[in-house]
Design a protein around this ligand. Structure first.
Ligand code: FEO
Length: 408
């Protein structure tokens, strides 16, 4: 196989894999992704940071490694493997890569070393040196400093700071699930890349918001943030200007939201849908942005991307057999996992429903949304198909929800 490496700094190459056609990552709808790995050439040693997923991806990695050594005019020999995180998308190829360069040293966090064995059951013969914040790996004229980053987003996660060039290898953090032909974030429209970064954050990193706040503070206090000239994550685009994504992460981790309300609903015979559309009219009449999702057709991973930076939400489902129409349930589980309240944001929530007789959806949705950290602002339980009086009530519920985020 032929595949080229991409030089990102003197003696530093992207050698990752492009997974053009993958559309799902543990339930997260994605338009392809990359598994980024980096080769760092020191005067004495060469290090490979992170690895790739599955067989086809390993072929790409091997071809790009070969190309990078050719460009550097060096004998192909890797001396150091640094595994920042062991989730399978970054580690399936590691055992094979170690076999190709059997004399190399292997570094991981203590949890990383433990997780490699527990996931693959074939690491007992591999000597793994465990590292943590304060440890450094000297490649000869180039120093890789370890920064432990537990729960960003696994207990094993760590970053590597290449001191001389100011490159932070951040593994999953600051990444995006995108598969594009150019490697820098700045090669593409800024809004497009930041939206993809937000979706990645909302679905994979948000639970670690308290740890992220502490890590950003720790890196700032240690003077590391100002030394970062580039952020090279393990998925998607590399940030030549780290300031935009660091500021965005800081906002998302502290609950900074837009004047926006996300409405998400399901419907059996369009009555709850009619309520959703009227609530949107009420919201819009107050000059507040309304975003609409239907759980029959829209992915949870897209819905939570908008919920992350919405100041309020409205959730609707009809009653079926005394409970909410069950297709809304996936979203309820997902919101409970993500714990948006950990970002510090209080999201006022309107729950709406249509029922034929006894109802029951509202009570269950209220319990689920409260458990997931949302603040119940109001509810609306309408009977059968909306008439003009019900439309007016739904409109006013939207108005009041919009006013609540404007502090009125
Ligand atoms: Fe990209 Fe946590 O793996």
């Amino acid at each position: 196989m032929k595949a080229e490496s991409f030089k990102i700094a003197e003696g530093v190459y992207w050698v990752g894999a492009l997974h053009w056609n993958t559309r799902s990552f543990h339930g997260f709808a994605i338009p392809g992704t990359t598994y980024n790995c980096y080769l760092v050439f020191g005067d004495e040693k060469v290090a490979l940071i992170d690895n790739v997923y599955s067989d086809g991806m390993i072929n790409q990695l091997n071809a790009r490694i070969k190309d990078a050594f050719k460009k550097e005019g060096r004998e192909e020999k890797i001396d150091v493997f640094i595994q920042c995180h062991t989730e399978l998308d970054h580690s399936i190829g590691l055992r094979e890569t170690i076999a190709r360069y059997p004399d190399a040293e292997v570094y991981a966090s203590p949890k990383g070393a433990e997780f490699l064995e527990k996931q693959y059951h074939n690491y007992s013969d591999v000597e793994i040196t465990t590292v943590k914040t304060g440890d450094s790996i000297d490649l000869g004229g180039k120093t890789l400093n370890i920064v432990s980053a537990p729960m960003l987003h696994w207990p094993d996660s760590m970053f590597v700071m290449y001191a001389e060039e100011g490159i932070l290898f951040s593994n999953d953090a600051f990444g995006q699930h995108l598969c594009l032909s150019k490697r820098y974030a700045e090669d593409y429209d800024e809004h497009f890349i930041l939206e993809a970064s937000k979706k990645f954050y909302a679905n994979l990193v948000v639970l670690g918001a308290p740890m992220l706040r502490m890590k950003l503070q720790e890196l700032t206090d240690a003077g590391i943030v100002e030394q970062i000239k580039m952020i090279a994550p393990c998925h998607g685009q590399i940030w030549k200007d780290p300031s935009k994504i660091v500021a965005a992460y800081s906002n998302w981790a502290t609950g900074v939201c837009e004047d926006k309300i996300t409405i998400v609903y399901d419907s059996m015979h369009h009555s709850t849908e009619k309520l959703a559309f009227q609530i949107a009219e009420g919201i819009m009449s107050e000059g507040v942005e309304a975003v609409m999702y239907h759980t029959e057709t829209d992915y949870e991973s897209e819905i939570v991307n908008d919920i992350l930076d919405s100041k309020a939400i409205a959730v609707g489902a009809p009653t079926m057999m005394n409970k909410p129409f069950p297709r809304i349930g996936n979203l309820m589980y997902w919101l409970d996992c993500l714990n948006f309240k950990g970002t510090g944001s209080e999201k006022n929530t309107l729950i709406f429903s249509s029922k034929g007789w006894g109802g029951g959806a509202i009570a269950k949705l209220q319990r689920d949304l409260e458990s997931a950290g949302f603040t119940i602002f109001d509810t609306m339980d309408a009977l059968f198909v909306p008439d003009e009086e019900i439309y007016e009530e739904a409109f006013q519920k939207g108005v009041e929800l919009a006013k609540s985020i404007k502090g009125e």
